[in-house]
Design a protein. Structure first.
Length: 341
């Protein structure tokens, strides 16, 4: 069974990207970040061996995606907007219903449109009469003019910060930078999907999620960022008897066996790549940098249901008390025949 977890944030959040300063942010939380955060909390709550917990993962999670009011939004499957783009390419400029550049900004589809794609039905111009309608969500959300519009999911602001010398307590010279914070509106937040091997695993993950909500998700947790509450409910997907492809709802690192079976070279494959990097997350390894990984991004299409792997990215040593892993298991859903071939 698949469960949907709806996160309601009580404080600003900062989901940062690697770079100079803390200006660059992501609009959602990737599956490897969410999984790593949950694993850390499970280790704090239960007497579990870290190696076994990471290598024999008994639960699978998707990335976190936005919701507005009661509407979930999912990543655009690869090629889902091709028919619309082809139609607009053959139209006169003065007849275009909207700018093609705005269409390319769309990163998420409402659950209604997403289920239409999963059922094998192609999207057309009738589905996108108004790009500011609640049927789609696309960043930057600041382009929406009305502040009380339900499509305004979040706002961003930058605040100045300085680095403080941890030994002498003074401000470090030249260590002035800006940090970008995100504020969700009263009707918006994020959700993720999860499946579990058994009820015991689900109970542990929900206990870890409750602790994570109190301590914060993302960066700047020590200054109160990322705190949330959550609700859980079963999530049903229409059964697809003859799927032609599978769409990723998480990051995915293919195993050698899956690559040899042609998961990246098949006719149905259509994917984008994302580089994942940064430092380890636990309090005893956070000063060490993990090995970079290239992973398949959310919305990618694959010819068969992938499993993926959890590769080792930081090896245990005299300075590092345990191995560190990057979560690369796939959370995917089937796409019926009639869609992309």
């Amino acid at each position: 069974m698949i469960w949907a977890y709806r996160l309601t944030f009580a404080t600003p959040v900062h989901f940062g990207l690697e770079g100079i300063g803390q200006e660059r942010i992501e609009p959602f939380v990737r599956s490897d970040t969410l999984w790593g955060s949950l694993v850390q909390k499970i280790l704090l709550l239960y007497d579990v061996e870290p190696e076994a917990l990471c290598r024999e993962a008994s639960f699978v999670v998707s990335s976190c995606f936005p919701y507005i009011a009661k509407t979930f939004f999912f990543p655009v499957p690869a090629g889902a907007l091709d028919k619309i783009m082809d139609a607009m390419a053959h139209m006169e400029t003065n007849q275009l219903p909207f700018d093609l550049k705005d269409l390319k900004k769309i990163r998420f589809l409402s659950e209604t449109l997403f289920r239409k794609v999963l059922a094998g039905r192609e999207l057309d111009l009738a589905d996108f009469k108004d790009l500011k309608d609640s049927a789609v969500f696309f960043p930057p959300v600041g382009s929406v003019s009305k502040e009380n519009s339900p499509s305004v999911l979040l706002k961003t602001t930058q605040r100045p910060r300085v680095a403080v010398d941890q030994v002498f307590g003074g401000v470090q010279e030249g260590a002035f930078f800006y940090c970008t914070d995100q504020f969700f509106n009263n009707t918006g937040g994020m959700f993720f999907l999860a499946s579990f091997d058994d009820q015991r695993t689900r109970d542990r993950v929900e206990a870890a999620l409750r602790l994570l909500g109190d301590s914060g998700l993302g960066a700047d947790r020590t200054v109160g960022r990322g705190c949330f509450s959550f609700t859980a409910a079963p999530f049903e997907l229409d059964a697809q008897t003859e799927p032609t492809a599978y769409v990723l709802l998480s990051l995915y690192h293919p195993s050698r066996d899956e690559i040899e079976r042609g998961i990246l070279t098949a006719k149905q494959s259509a994917y984008s790549l994302v580089r994942r990097s940064g430092h380890a997350g636990s309090h005893v390894t956070q000063q060490f940098r993990r090995a970079d990984l290239w992973m398949l991004a959310e919305g990618s299409l694959l010819p068969f249901a992938p499993r993926g792997e959890i590769p080792l990215v930081l090896k245990r040593s005299s300075y590092i008390p345990h191995n560190v892993y990057r979560y690369g298991r796939a959370f995917c859903v089937p796409v019926a025949s009639g869609g992309r071939q």
